[in-house]
Design a binder for this molecule. Structure first.
Ligand code: NAD
Length: 382
């Protein structure tokens, strides 16, 4: 299959591009490299040193003989996107290329507007490119479990059957997102569903949980293939952040009570889920939704796990319940369905002590790169 991985220079996109290439697909990466520029804006970095995109794909070719084409440009530049679609003629378009940090979207008006413009308009451009240039191309779009929020009932996979005043219908599951970033994903989902309906586009919305981990079989092959690892208060996701804090012997900073519960998955499962979606495409006109996660944990449970593994490695860190910078429910019900990807063959890599230990060791190896000022949250919702 000819597959474009948009956002293929990022944390999820890079290992996905390598994995799909290894599986024999003809892969091209599209990325405007904005994530690297945001590191400069935030005076932050990846804990792991990351090579340039050019060095990365050249190393992959040297090691495997497989070529990954690169298109450096922005989804919001229509002429660029037209050129990519015309030249590459994709069978599938994997769309990771969005601003993905909730705190970044909550910094101020400018960052909220950037996030929603970049994400919603970028996705709309992709929908038009598919309609006009590759109508059979399967859109595999990264959404988030955060679109649903934390309702007091079970979260279904995209749709819910409702009985109201004696009549029944299957409707999109209600969305109650918790940041302007998460709202951008909800807007994307609506636009995609509408495009499927009116133009007959085929699309899969992957409502992904929070991704932890770093390495995959492919990125481990050479340091030039390293994946990025974010740890700062803006881009670091919960578990990755705690592991980094442990490595530099900083308290593990849990927001509020830490009872907030979220869905998680290992980066090794992200790459496999995308492959499963690509190999089992949605039907023309179908807007399919998969909940892409394998387990859920409260933030406190994650901190406890990291504290325990760190202690076994001779590192003593305390857990510090700090004032929650976000506006979110701390005591809430959480139960979500995730059977569709499992039914199509996903075999989860679960969060074991071994996984935490392996990540901790990687961060310890690079801990001189951690900028300590960035470890605490710097953005509040209010
Ligand atoms: P990331 O920031 O590491 O990667 C995103 C990539 O997209 C970057 O390389 C960036 O340069 C590129 N990009 C952004 N806007 C672009 C544009 N307009 N044109 C071209 N390229 C652009 O993020 P990630 O963690 O790899 O996340 C990838 C996707 O998965 C995002 O859509 C995110 O919302 C979703 N997701 C991520 C997580 C997670 O825990 N990381 C969880 C759920 C969903």
């Amino acid at each position: 299959m000819k597959i474009i991985v948009a956002g293929g220079d990022g944390f999820c996109g890079w290992p996905t591009a390598l994995y799909l290439s290894k599986q024999g697909h003809d892969v091209a990466i599209l990325d405007n490299l904005v994530r690297r520029k945001i590191d400069n804006e935030l005076h932050s970095n990846s804990v792991t040193p990351i090579a340039t995109l050019e060095e990365r794909v050249n190393k992959w070719k040297e090691l495997t003989g497989k070529e990954i084409k690169t298109f450096v440009g922005d989804l919001n530049h229509h002429d660029f996107l037209t050129q990519v679609f015309t030249q590459f003629k994709p069978d599938a378009f994997v769309h990771f290329a969005e601003q993905r940090s909730a705190p970044y979207s909550m910094i101020d008006r400018e960052h909220a507007v950037y996030t929603q413009t970049n994400n919603v308009m970028g996705n709309l451009n992709v929908l038009y490119a598919i309609k006009e240039l590759a109508p059979d191309c399967h859109l595999i779009k990264l959404g988030t479990m955060g679109e649903y929020g934390t309702p007091n009932i079970d979260i279904e996979e995209g749709y819910i059957e409702i009985e109201h005043k004696g009549r029944k219908d299957t409707l999109p599951y209600p969305k109650q997102p918790g940041s302007f970033y998460h709202l951008s994903k909800v807007h994307d989902s609506h636009n995609i569903q509408f495009a499927c309906k009116i133009w007959g586009i085929r699309a899969t919305d992957l409502n992904q949980g929070i991704v932890y981990g770093l390495h995959t079989e492919e990125t481990k092959q050479d340091p030039v293939l390293n994946n990025r690892l974010d740890y700062d208060g803006v881009y670091g996701t919960a578990l990755n952040r705690f592991i980094n804090q442990a490595a530099i012997e900083h308290d593990l900073t849990v927001y509020g009570s830490g009872k907030q519960t979220r869905a998680f998955l290992n980066i090794e499962d992200t790459v496999r889920c995308v492959e499963i979606a690509a190999e089992n495409p949605a039907e023309p006109g179908e807007f399919r939704v998969f909940n892409q996660f394998t387990e859920w944990f409260s933030v406190k449970e994650l901190a406890d796990k990291v504290q325990k593994v760190a202690k076994e490695e001779g590192i003593d860190v305390s857990i510090d319940n700090m004032e929650n910078p976000r506006v979110e429910a701390e005591d809430h019900y959480y139960s979500a369905v995730n059977t569709k990807l499992r039914d199509l063959g996903l075999e989860p890599h679960l969060l074991t002590d071994e996984v935490i230990k392996d990540m901790l060791q990687t961060v310890i190896d690079h801990k001189d790169r951690v900028i300590k000022d960035n470890v605490l949250p710097s953005v509040t919702w209010k």
